[in-house]
Design a binder for this molecule. Structure first.
Ligand SMILES: NC(=O)c1ccc[n+]([C@@H]2O[C@H](COP(=O)([O-])OP(=O)(O)OC[C@H]3O[C@@H](n4cnc5c(N)ncnc54)[C@H](O)[C@@H]3O)[C@@H](O)[C@H]2O)c1
Length: 251
């Protein structure tokens, strides 16, 4: 156990699937009351069931992170039910459906991705910090990406949103540093989520070949970094982004 999170409250957005589900499960394993939030009630309830079956506490609250009223109600609901919000992982995100050629790039795709990935993280941090400031403690981790540091060809909105998340993280961490709240990010490379598992094997093989450690990342490996950043072990860490990419960004 990296930290005793028993009785603490942990929110994970987009935790009905993939990396978010693993993060929610990891918080549950550490004894936290986990708020599983997603736009998909069915998937989120599956995550809740997994956590409960292994003896943890989990609760579903529906929320579209791009909608201000949803985010506000999510935080009001957490305050009403638990009183505090100790940890928040702003994970919900969407990718470009396919790479685009810039001169033909679709404006609606841009608007949707920026709205979920970037505005969503802004709205979540805005309302999460309102509650955390009352208790003068808390830790937030935003999920950026290796595409927050490097170009991802043809994925304009996704790359811009993930770069933007790092800027939001640093600015918020700086502004709030004296209030007992730490804000960080993680930047995963290719992680074997259900989405990537469903992609053609040729694509996964190309990704493995580009990765110095020779394999794709596991969702649990992102979750362990998020939990460490939330724990007291990372008490002096704020405003940074941890790269979890099997060495891809070393060259
Ligand atoms: N999988 C990877 O290789 C990888 C790499 C780097 C970063 N990331 C980032 O990690 C995060 C999770 O990615 P994943 O691969 O697990 O994706 P995923 O598609 O498996 O899960 C994303 C979840 O977010 C939910 N969601 C989508 N839009 C939402 C909204 N508007 N409000 C609330 N929830 C919403 C979905 O319903 C889904 O449950 C994303 O931010 C993604 O950009 C993923």
């Amino acid at each position: 156990m990296i930290n005793n999170m028993t009785g603490k409250t942990a929110l994970v957005t987009g935790s009905g699937s993939g990396i978010g589900r693993s993060i929610a499960i990891a918080f549950g394993e550490q004894g936290a009351n986990v708020i599983v939030s997603d736009i998909s009630e069915k998937n989120a309830n599956e995550t809740v069931d997994i956590i409960k079956k292994s003896g943890g506490n989990a609760f579903f609250i529906e929320c579209d992170v791009s909608v201000k009223d949803d985010v506000q109600e999510l935080i009001i609901g957490i305050e009403k039910e638990f009183g505090t919000l100790d940890y928040a992982c702003n994970n919900a995100g969407i990718h470009n459906p396919e790479p685009e050629y810039l001169p033909d790039a679709d404006e609606d795709t841009w608007d949707r991705i920026i709205s979920v990935n970037l505005k969503g993280v802004f709205l979540c941090m805005k309302y999460e910090t309102q509650l955390m400031l009352k208790q003068r403690s808390g830790a937030i981790v935003n999920i950026s990406s290796l595409s927050g540091l490097l170009a991802e060809s043809g994925c304009y909105a996704y790359t811009a949103s993930k770069h933007g998340i790092l800027g939001l993280t640093k600015t918020a961490a700086y502004d709030i540093a004296g209030s007992g709240i730490r804000i960080n990010a993680v930047c995963p490379g290719a992680v074997l989520t259900p989405g990537l598992a469903a992609a053609p094997e040729k694509f996964r093989q190309e990704l493995r070949e580009k990765t110095p450690v020779g394999r794709l990342g596991k969702p649990e490996e992102v979750a362990s970094a998020v939990l460490w950043l939330c724990s007291d072990l990372a008490g002096y860490v704020t405003g940074t982004g941890i790269v979890i990419d099997g060495g891809v960004s070393t060259v």
